[in-house]
Design a protein around this ligand. Structure first.
Ligand SMILES: Nc1ncnc2c1ncn2[C@@H]1O[C@H](COP(=O)(O)OP(=O)(O)O)[C@@H](O)[C@H]1O
Ligand SMILES: [Mg+2]
Length: 488
């Protein structure tokens, strides 16, 4: 670009975030951020003029954010906004905005964490990038309109005055980057408002619960629940003192580093982040999609480290994101997913189970037993085997899973218990007992002698079918012989 020619003319902008002028990528903040000399100043309603110093902001982050993973996560979420805006622009609006809702009781540091997230880009108060969540849906839309990559906070969702329907429509619209069609006073169609960025909400209770959200909403709004954002009142105050004095500097350096790296390099890094997340997230129908969204946050933390010489823990940020997804899966499909995926595990380890009280043919540690009556198959898992399978399916909170399995009707259990007492090898044990209304084992176990189940037409009708290929069974013995879980 003939930079001198542009430099002479002073321009102004009222939209913020990415724009492409000729083939140059530029980012509109208080001033134009770009690798060429192009001057433009912001003339809008928000205070996004920088204040204090970059050093002051960096000192605050190094003293009060680094080493405290929830705040590191919050900062990375804020830093993801330019990446979201960039992808939306380069991919012709194919990218949704990213929405996180920070939920918890008051005085947990939620608003402080959210203010931190926007502090690299502008003033972290309601004069700048923190807005109150207490207007009509139209008013709320205005807060994000024409924003292509600057993070914004909508604080205190508990103050909202929307109906449940309006609230879920609002989440869809914000995530999908487009406001409502509206008519002006002359009954002409107004331009539809658009945006693409990261939006952070804070509040005391779950919007997903309030709206009885379906999966569509759950893959658009990510709720971060029960996180101690700050360690103490003093911690929150020190953080706030630092970021209320020093803001609006780091975002420019971060965005310049994106421009220097270029889209091809960024895209490669984004794919690596997505892969890391796919490997770490629990199996579910939405794993790819969610990994693709969280990848922007993970990448933002890496780019922030490189461009600002920070040392945010990317592995901790990843861990918190994975935990969020595990918690959300519980509400979405955890029990269903475990029930479904357990079948493959049982087949993989079938040699470790007694089937209809026959001894396993190989001398293996026992994981439990399987009974097949008619088409009903019951899997009695010793607790250690239940934990092992849950772990292999990347589910860490086994107690929550157990309650969910019970609630969804997948468990056979003793009255007022989650477990089922039964006899295995002459021992009375407590087991986790899962039921299936069909026999998914019949093609694998016909070489075990199914002498029992005389009431079983299904089993008898498939037996004595020729054995199919034996499933792979691990041969190494892994300690855990039959443990007795009396009173378990
Ligand atoms: N971890 C904490 N423990 C105790 N008090 C806290 C903590 N974090 C913040 N506070 C107190 O709560 C006040 C509000 O902090 P804020 O970040 O707005 O929290 P929230 O949005 O969760 O209510 C702070 O000024 C501070 O006095
Ligand atoms: Mg608050």
């Amino acid at each position: 670009m003939e930079s001198a020619q542009y430099a002479k003319i002073s321009h102004s902008h009222s939209n913020i975030g990415w724009v492409e002028l000729e083939e140059y990528l530029m980012y509109r903040l208080n001033e134009m951020v770009s690798l060429v000399n192009f001057q433009s100043n912001y003339e809008g309603r928000m205070d996004i003029k920088e204040h204090g110093s970059l050093i002051g902001w960096l000192d605050t982050v190094r003293s009060h954010v680094q080493g405290h993973s929830p705040l590191e996560l919050s900062l990375a979420i804020g830093m993801s906004a330019p990446l979201i805006g960039l992808y939306d622009m380069k991919m012709d609006g194919a990218y949704h905005s990213l929405m996180f809702h920070i939920i918890g009781n008051s005085s947990m540091g939620k608003s402080s964490a959210a203010a931190l997230a926007v502090s690299p880009f502008g003033r972290p108060t309601n004069k700048g990038l923190v807005k109150n969540f207490n207007g009509t849906a139209n008013a709320l839309e205005q807060h994000v309109a024409n924003n292509y990559g600057v993070p914004i906070v909508l604080d205190e969702t508990s103050m909202h005055t929307l109906t449940t329907n309006q609230l879920s429509t609002f989440v869809y619209q914000i995530a999908d980057n487009q406001g409502k069609n509206r008519l002006n006073k002359e009954a002409e169609m107004k331009d539809v408002l658009m945006w693409a960025t990261t939006i952070i909400l804070t509040g005391e209770s779950s919007i997903l619960r309030e709206t009885k959200a379906n999966v569509g909403l759950r893959v658009r709004l990510f709720e971060l629940n029960n996180i101690a954002w700050t360690q103490s009142a003093e911690h929150a105050e020190a953080l706030n003192a630092g970021i209320q004095k020093n803001y609006g500097h780091a975002g420019k350096i971060f965005v310049e580093s994106i421009m220097r790296l270029g889209l091809a390099k960024i895209d490669k890094m984004l794919h690596e982040c997505k892969k890391e997340l796919v490997d770490a997230l629990p199996a579910s129908n939405y794993r790819e999609r969610i990994a693709g969204k969280f990848a922007f946050v993970l990448l933002a933390s890496k780019l922030a480290n490189d461009s600002l010489q920070l040392s945010l823990s990317t592995s901790e940020i990843l861990r918190l994101l994975v935990e969020q997804e595990q918690a959300s899966l519980i509400k979405r499909e955890l029990a269903e997913s475990f029930h479904q995926n357990l079948k493959a595990k049982i087949i993989e380890y079938v040699g470790h189970f007694k089937i209809n009280n026959e001894k396993p043919t190989t001398n293996k540690s026992v994981f439990g037993k399987i009974t097949i009556k008619g088409s009903q198959t019951s899997i009695f898992l010793l607790e250690s085997a239940y934990r092992k399978f849950a772990e292999e399916l990347r589910i860490t909170n086994v107690d929550v899973l157990l309650n969910d399995l019970k609630e969804k009707g997948f468990l056979i259990h003793d009255q007022n218990k989650n477990k089922k007492r039964t006899r295995i090898d002459g021992n009375d044990v407590y087991t986790i007992c899962l039921r299936y209304d069909y026999n998914f084992l019949n093609e694998y176990i016909s070489d075990y002698k199914l002498v029992e189940s005389l009431d079983s037409e299904k089993v008898n009708s498939v037996y004595p079918r020729k054995p199919k290929k034996r499933p792979f069974v691990e041969s190494k013995r892994d300690g855990g012989s039959l443990e007795v879980l009396l009173n378990g």
